[in-house]
Design a protein around this ligand. Structure first.
Ligand code: 4FV
Length: 257
């Protein structure tokens, strides 16, 4: 950790601190934490439960299945963890009711000095906690998880990759899906490595040509074509450059033939 401290400080409030810590120790995120670029703190609300049993959940007012996380242990854990973060760090609850998390959201969080993630369990948390101490809700997708931990790990991974020095060569974060190749958040182009031929399938000649302009053009064409085919919602309403429109038309013609 250099004197200036971490580039990004994250606090995760979770009942499964050990599991989150273990999952964070993988790959580029694990290295970013080792190198002190990212600092991740963990806070377990059970340690702040007010009764001898360490109770953090209770039955739901109004009845119904499942338990709800109690407001007191969560509020004090959030406030204790937030005290370790740079002032103004947003407190984010991961839930299916949240704003959809995407690459633009990852770029926004990567621009901050710190943020707190609350990982719920059971049916969720007492709504008053969200009203009182949570700044925003984020969702990683329209499905219900049994806990917010996996969503918290998704957010930390997507954000950490955007921090300077975390990915091998600086440019690679830009040159990915939803990166900034050309004018838009296009899907990724196909990747190949040795062998040159596998089960009669050859690596596209252009990629072995060494002609970087032709390679860039081929990759942009693939990114545009695959985006138009698989995620037309990402292209709809976007102003393509003249070159991009040409490449997309070319891609479509080649697909028809
Ligand atoms: C979720 C999602 C999600 C809510 C109750 C965990 C669950 C339990 N988080 N995107 N979809 N969270 O389903 O982020 O607390």
């Amino acid at each position: 950790m250099d004197a200036a401290g971490p580039r990004l400080a994250v606090e995760v409030v979770t009942l499964f601190a050990a599991e989150v810590r273990a999952a964070l120790a993988m790959g580029v995120v694990g290295r970013a934490i080792e190198r002190g670029v990212v600092k991740v703190g963990l806070e377990d609300p059970r340690s702040l439960a007010t009764d001898v049993h360490g109770t953090v959940d209770d039955r739901s007012y109004g009845g119904g299945p499942g338990m709800v996380l109690k407001v007191e242990p969560l509020a004090s854990s959030i406030e204790r963890a937030a005290a370790r973060l740079p002032p103004g760090s947003p407190r984010i609850y991961l839930s299916a009711q949240g704003r959809r998390f995407d690459q633009a959201g990852a770029r926004r969080l990567a621009g901050l000095k710190g943020f707190l993630l609350l990982a719920g369990r059971y049916e969720g948390v007492d709504e008053r906690l969200l009203d009182e101490v949570i700044d925003e809700e984020l969702s990683i997708g329209d499905y219900v998880l049994s806990g917010g931990e996996l969503a918290a790990l998704v957010v930390i991974d997507a954000v950490a990759r955007l921090l300077p020095g975390v990915l091998g060569d600086a440019g690679s974060a830009d040159q990915e899906s939803f990166g900034t190749l050309g004018s838009g958040p296009w899907l990724d182009w196909p990747h190949y490595t040795r062998p040159e031929e596998w089960r009669g399938r050859r690596v596209p000649e252009v990629l072995k040509s060494g002609n970087h302009a032709a390679i860039r053009r081929w990759r942009l064409k693939q990114a545009l074509g695959r985006t138009a085919e698989r995620r037309p919602d990402l292209i709809a309403g976007r102003e393509l450059t003249v070159e991009e429109q040409l490449l997309l038309d070319e891609y479509r013609k080649e697909r028809e033939s």
